[in-house]
Each structure stands twice: as C-alpha cells, then as structure tokens.
Ligand binder design. Structure first.
Ligand code: SF4
Length: 267
C-alpha cells in the first residue's frame, strides 16, 4: 500500500499515527486514497482558529517584545473562524458544539487565556521539524522521516520549553497528561534538531461554561520515547502490510469520511 510522500521522500507525523490508531480505515481514506472530506468537524476548525489567535499573540512578543493587543487576538480568532465557515468544505457540528455558539465560546476562552498568558521569552512559534527516526531494537534509520510543528518554544531559566496548546471540553486527566505520546515525539524531535534537553508543557484552555487555563509541566523518559518509536514503527509496518479495517465507535460521529466508509462496506 503506498504511503504519504513529500518531495524528499516518505514521512510520518504524530497526527497520522494517531489517526491510524483511532481508525485504520480513516487513515486509508485520508492519507492513502486522498479522499476529500465531506465536511470539516467544528471541533477541528475551532481548534485551528484558536491556535491561530495564540500564534498571533506569541508572534507579536517575538517581534516587538509585547503581546498582541487583546482586541486583535480576538479579531484573529474571528477572522480564522469566518474563513473556515466560508471555506469550500462545509463545517459540521457534533452534538456538543453548535457552530452558532462557538464564536462566543472562543472569545470567552481567549479572555481566560489573555488573563494569565503573560510575556514569556518567545524563541519560536509554529516551529517545524523534519527528523530521522530509528528502529528501537536494531538502531536502523526508518525510511520515513518524522515531520511536525511544535506550537511554541519559550525560554525559561536558560532552557527551552516546548509548549503544546490544546482546547478541550474539560481539564486533562492525569492519564492524558502522562500517556499522550505527542510530547514524547517532540522531545525526540527537539534533541535531534539541535534544541537540546527541553522541558515539556501543555497549555490547555477548557471549553467549560467558565473557561479555565490548565498549565501542566510533564516529563517524558527514555521508555516513553521508545514507546512512541515502537508505536510509530508498528503502525508503519501495518500500513506497509496493507492492514486497514473500520474501527467503529464514538469517532464515527465526527468522521468526515462516513460516506466513503459506507461505500467500502463492512469488510
Ligand atoms: S466512519 Fe468510523 S469506521 Fe468509518 S472511517 Fe470513519 S471512523 Fe472509521
């Protein structure tokens, strides 16, 4: 089965690995067959618009030393949301997220963010990386390069902190903070791309009635890194072997490939 390619060769990202683990058929439809999505899930568009507003906030600190004004942060969010709503692919809400209330929700979440964000020393915003990853057992370089983009790099007490922004229905649980392999991957990527020994942090803004900002510093050790590499390697081997099957569950509700999935039947 052919895998996603960039001009420089084969690649894999954390979100691709997560997509395959969530549903191999969704991965196949999206990345192998290149099927166009029937809609953009509201949650996804909301998260992108929110990230864009935060990127504007931190970019201004990097450029001028002061944060972007609050009204301009809100404008950035509204403009990104409007662009998503007017895009060629329609937005579709799930049961929890009516598009009509999402702007008000986003604005109130950004106010909560703005109250606590402060003025950190910004190193980089949307920091892209492409690194070689290795098989944990043999040490051989994998054919696929790991690509991705870290939301924010700041410097605290001489050390780089990788900050991952999230919007979430509720605060992250200890299990989510402990086991999400995204920051394990970013720790590997930071070291391999010359950023050295970094600290890792989640900045989560909740969509609760009264939004809250959860700042969580997390630690990833060698075993966490190996777990990620084994997971990514296992997924890549499964893709190479042509493994694809529908994994039905809560994820189907917001899946933009429901139609093509049904056409392929239950095999
Ligand atoms: S509808 Fe469900 S089973 Fe089908 S591709 Fe989407 S997530 Fe997978």
């Amino acid at each position: 089965m052919p895998r996603p390619k960039m001009p420089d060769g084969l690649y894999v990202s954390v979100s691709q690995v997560k997509t395959w683990l969530m549903c191999p058929r969704k991965y196949e439809l999206k990345y192998i067959r290149g099927v166009a999505p029937e809609f953009v899930p509201v949650n996804l568009a909301f998260g992108s618009a929110f990230h864009e507003a935060l990127a504007g906030y931190y970019n201004e600190i990097k450029v001028s030393g002061a944060p972007l004004r609050r009204d301009l942060v809100l404008d950035t969010f509204r403009a990104a949301w409007a662009k998503a709503a007017e895009g060629d692919v329609p937005l579709q809400a799930d049961d929890d997220d009516d598009p009509g209330v999402m702007i008000d929700k986003g604005v109130s979440m950004l106010h909560a963010f703005y109250e606590q964000a402060g003025t950190p020393e910004v190193e980089s915003v949307e920091h892209g990386f492409t690194i070689t990853i290795h098989d944990v057992d043999t040490g051989d370089a994998l054919e696929e390069q790991l690509v991705g983009s870290m939301d924010l790099l700041i410097r605290e007490e001489g050390r780089i902190v990788v900050v991952e922004h999230k919007t979430s229905a509720r605060r992250y649980t200890e299990d989510q903070l402990r086991h999400d392999f995204q920051l394990s991957a970013y720790q590997i990527a930071s070291r391999e791309s010359g950023l050295g020994d970094v600290a890792l942090r989640y900045q989560i803004v909740t969509k609760t009635k009264v939004p809250a900002v959860q700042i969580a510093d997390v630690h990833r050790d060698e075993r966490d890194e190996q777990d990620f590499l084994r997971t990514a390697g296992g997924v890549l081997r499964a893709i190479d072997a042509g493994v694809s099957y529908p994994l039905r569950g809560w994820q189907c509700r917001t899946c933009p490939f429901q139609g093509p999935c049904e056409q392929r039947g239950s095999s």
